[in-house]
Design a protein around this ligand. Structure first.
Ligand SMILES: Cc1cc2nc3c(=O)[nH]c(=O)nc-3n(C[C@H](O)[C@H](O)[C@H](O)COP(=O)(O)OP(=O)(O)OC[C@H]3O[C@@H](n4cnc5c(N)ncnc54)[C@H](O)[C@@H]3O)c2cc1C
Length: 383
């Protein structure tokens, strides 16, 4: 087993690192403070092919794979976690179309998404349906010419800026999970309104509510078959979860780097604080957790690239990475003391952003549920 990155992936890492340092870092603090959605960066990352890693060449992708996407996600999130969200908002809907769309849908909708020309989003969550996806109330009722969608989606990344969305709704509630369907919709049509939802971090990635009122979906908006929605949604989450896990590793790394750098400079009681064993203990824990999480992310990405089942491994990676991001950011803030708490340093942003990873794409509890139920034999994760 060779733990070195192959040349091609090392080059991807270099490209993403340079891009993040040059294009994202200089304005990261301002973008966060002023809640700036960086549409220009969406386009630039599209030009660099970042969204196309997991998309076949025939639809404009690079086919570099999930490992490449994970590496890019880590590098971007290390500099500004909110910008990492853009990767999933573009690549996520495209990936769903690859999995379940027909040829016409793939040809028409994937290229603009992965070039970063059409802003994407995916809408699952509702005010009363978070972890319990099947509790959603949105309905898409067939009429003569397509479907009529009604319902409210909440906490949707990009809701206020997106052009296109993958939306999940019941076409037949009586069939429970089997009555849910997936749609690809144009958000610029009549019958949809949005409002921004403020939050504690990830500010450069807008989050909002989408309300559909008698919103018309043409027949070609149905992705897959009627009733396939729940299956498509779970598949989608188990893949976008990987970029999310890699992003959490990026935040953990940024926090660890800030802590080490500060501990090497700050003096108290006549010596560098890095000389204190309690600080060393914390730094050692940060490094062990970060490296463990990264290896788990790489294992899940490698399985995905081999088209092998990876739901369990992705959940393990996501749980480990999310908890590590929160641990490292909290630990870094303590090491920096008042400067950690200050908005002049990025560490408080790392902590605010890190917390999102314990909630999005399946909370930490939901990942533990998947992992433990698999171990106990109640419900196999890799089916
Ligand atoms: C920044 C941000 C961006 C987001 N972007 C999107 C997006 O683009 N698209 C989208 O559809 N959604 C998005 N979401 C929503 C996100 O997916 C949900 O917040 C998440 O699924 C959790 O749902 P909830 O917040 O309603 O929590 P709930 O499901 O209400 O959970 C509350 C608490 O109960 C726990 N819990 C729930 N069920 C169980 C259980 N069975 N066992 C043990 N504990 C349990 C949870 O872990 C949590 O701690 C986003 C959320 C945030 C914060």
């Amino acid at each position: 087993m060779n733990f070195d990155l192959p040349e091609e992936l090392a080059a991807v890492r270099e490209l993403a690192r340079e891009f993040a340092e040059k294009e994202i870092a200089p304005t990261a603090a301002r973008d966060d403070r002023e809640h700036v959605f960086r549409k220009d960066l969406v386009a630039k990352m599209g030009e660099l092919g970042f969204y196309g890693c997991v998309i076949p060449e025939q639809y404009g992708g690079t086919e570099l794979g999930f490992m490449a996407l994970a590496i890019i996600s880590e590098e971007i999130a290390r500099v500004h976690s909110a910008i990492r969200v853009y990767l999933n908002m573009q690549a996520g809907p495209a990936l769903t179309l690859i999995k379940a769309g027909n040829e016409e849908q793939k040809k028409k909708w994937i290229p603009p998404l992965i070039r970063g020309e059409a802003i994407g989003c995916f809408a699952i969550t509702e005010p009363d349906a978070g972890s319990d996806v099947a509790a959603m109330r949105s309905t898409a009722v067939r009429n003569g010419d397509g479907y009529i969608l009604n319902g409210t989606k909440s906490w949707i990344s990009n809701a206020t800026v997106a052009d296109k969305a993958v939306v999940f709704a019941y076409t037949d509630k009586s069939q429970k999970h089997h009555g849910m369907s997936a749609f690809f919709v144009d958000l610029k049509g009549p019958g949809v309104s949005c409002r921004d939802l403020d939050k504690m971090g990830t500010h450069a990635s807008p989050t909002g509510e989408l309300t559909f009122e008698n919103f018309h979906i043409p027949p070609q908006g149905l992705v897959g078959k009627e009733g396939d929605g729940f299956k498509i949604c779970m598949w989608h989450l188990s893949h976008t979860r990987l970029s999310c896990a890699a992003g959490a590793v990026g935040v953990a790394r940024a926090a660890r780097e800030a802590a080490v750098s500060y501990a090497n400079q700050r003096e108290q009681f006549g010596q560098k604080i890095g000389q204190f064993q309690m600080i060393q203990d914390t730094i050692a824990q940060m490094i062990v957790q970060e490296e463990s999480a990264r290896l788990l992310v790489y294992r899940a990405a490698s399985l995905a690239d081999q088209h092998r089942p990876n739901t369990l491994e992705t959940s393990i990676a996501k749980y480990a990475a999310a908890e590590t991001a929160a641990f490292n950011a909290d630990a870094a803030l303590k090491i920096l003391g008042a400067y950690g708490y200050s908005t002049e340093f990025p560490v408080e942003r790392y902590l605010r952003d890190a917390k999102s990873y314990q909630i999005v794409e399946g909370s930490s509890n939901i990942q533990k549920l998947i992992i433990a139920q698999d171990a106990l034999g109640y419900r196999k994760a890799n089916r």
